[in-house]
Design a protein around this ligand. Structure first.
Ligand code: AMP
Length: 197
């Protein structure tokens, strides 16, 4: 029963680390960005609804995102825990998640913040743009996404810090080093790993 969030700016490596940590704790990694991208790729009604917003690097509405998350967390594999990557993204979404979890008499165990300097994030995103050609990895869209992170998402960290849930992790280093730092922080909270990575 491990319920985690991973938060960090675009280019912080939260997607990669989220998958590794979820595997270590035997829980599904749920990325709202991945859900939206898959919907766009499928051309589903959800995909059609969110494509323009995602391509611009803006945020999908709290209402729609909340519905997607509630539906995903209601699936059987998330009954015993989950790692959410990319949700919540603003204070309103924190409230929506609180309400959903309270309704299930559940609560979060920890919130991992991946701390990466702005220059390093931009360098990583620019590299990924060249490698993967994501529509939301152009220079202008990258700047928009980082500005949104600083304005909308960074404030949620203070909320979780006040609740004693925040583990701030240095996100610069090798993949293995960063994974080990996160696992050490979670184990220091008494959370128990399901497998070795
Ligand atoms: P990510 O891969 O987490 O950077 O997400 C890619 C894009 O999906 C974002 O730029 C947003 O357009 C959208 N998205 C992902 N998560 C959320 C969220 N929690 N709230 C609103 N939009 C989101």
């Amino acid at each position: 029963m491990t319920r985690l969030l991973i938060v960090g700016p675009q280019g912080s490596g939260k997607g990669t680390q989220g998958v590794r940590i979820a595997q270590a704790f035997g829980i599904p990694a749920i990325s709202t960005g991945d859900v939206f991208r898959a919907a766009v790729a499928d051309g589903s009604p959800l995909g059609k609804q969110v494509k323009a917003v995602i391509d611009a690097g803006s945020l999908v509405s709290d209402e729609l995102t909340g519905a997607v998350v509630r539906e995903r967390l209601s699936q059987q594999d998330a009954a015993d825990g989950f790692l959410l990557d990319g949700y919540p993204r603003n204070i309103a979404q924190v409230g929506n998640l609180d309400e959903f979890l309270e309704g299930r008499q559940e609560s979060l165990d920890a919130v991992i913040e991946l701390d990466v300097p702005r220059d390093e994030s931009i360098a990583r995103l620019t590299r990924r743009a060249a490698e993967q050609g994501r529509a939301d990895d152009t220079e202008e869209v990258i700047a928009n996404r980082l500005a949104i992170y600083e304005r909308e998402t960074a404030p949620i960290l203070e909320v979780y810090r006040t609740r004693g849930l925040l583990d701030r992790i240095d996100g610069v280093g090798s993949l293995d080093e960063i994974t080990a730092r996160i696992i050490a922080a979670l184990e220091a909270r008494g959370l128990v790993r399901a497998a070795t990575v």
